[in-house]
Design a protein around this ligand. Sequence first.
Ligand code: NAD
Ligand code: MG
Length: 387
Amino acid sequence: MRRVTIFGSTGSIGVNTVDLIARAPDAYDVSALTGGRNVALLAEQAIALNADLAVTAYDECYDDLRDALSGTGIEVAAGADAIKEAAHRPADWTMSAIVGAAGLVPGLEALKQGKVLALANKESLVTAGPLLLSEAKAHGATILPVDSEHSAIFQALVGEDIAAVERIIVTASGGALRDWPAEALHKATLKDACTHPNWDMGQRITIDSATLFNKAMELIETREFFGVRPDQIEAVIHPESLIHALVGFNDGALMAHLGPPDMRHAIGYALHWPDRGHVPVDRLDLAQIAQLNFRPADPKRFPALRLAYEVMEARGLAGAVFNAAKEVALDRFIAGEIGFTQMAELVEATLSTLSSEIVTSKPLTLDCVLAADHLARKTAAGHVTAQ
Ligand code: NAD
Ligand code: MG
């Protein structure tokens, strides 16, 4: 039996992970599940998977979780420290699926066990990629990417020499507003930005798909995880979302990874790795699909992409500032305080205000990352007030 822990079990990735694990109850022994305010779902999952421990991120949700699990023998805890402590419970396989910078510390702590970290939390790589990789190396742990594009790249690279890679192409659906004229984007409402054409995901990543901030994060993720140069990484709009990424080699070959837009494929790959195992996703019918389309990802229309290249060049704490400013911009857009196109303006303004701090603050330690995150949130909030 493999011992597993899921951080963010009640989210979109978490629910899909629970789905796969629940299908093979004899294969897994669930150590800990963590969630947020959806205590009813967390309790339901903990009972269904017979978890040892359930943790809510919020102290004020503790009583509800304790009541929902009373008499089950399942341990209950609350708060950020309890989530960190859950990362120390023995687990052979840990899913990192908390959304946002809050996912960084639990992932770093889990790596100390020297086992497998299935990484959906892209913010960990964007804010602290080198730190995460060095921590994994120091403890003999393995990080498996769960973002669909990075799982695709990882799979295309099995048995290959990274030195033979010329380029990596990450595809983007183009998000909810991909067919809107660029001049109309500033009018897009929350509802407009929340309807993803292909994927069913959490609200935050769905809006990030519409701005292409999600793709921008994924370009940075590619740079950090696979260690390739920014000029080797490209984004292309592929409206069908069936090819997730392509790896180009020095002999001209392009290895494409195709699959249905169902995150259980990437999660299942990480769960069964290094083997392949059955995953209950739809099988593609190529004759029915008939054609695959591609168009350029225009950095003028999507300033997030241009900013991603700046962050990839700057490295250091630029990723932490970029991510934190993006999280503030997203919060403010969701709250109706700023418009759709103002999100990128806010991130750009924050990056430019903090560029000297980014360059001078070294080395990339967890404390520096958390300080940069804090400073960027304050700076971004100041820019909103000034707008
Ligand atoms: P989601 O919003 O659906 O779920 C997030 C989970 O994190 C929930 O369990 C929530 O309770 C928990 N959470 C939120 N704030 C927290 C905090 N401060 N502390 C502790 N826990 C907290 O998000 P999601 O769409 O499942 O995405 C999770 C991660 O996976 C993100 O980093 C996202 O970018 C990445 N990802 C998601 C998808 C997808 O298809 N949804 C695809 C690729 C990558
Ligand atoms: Mg992705």
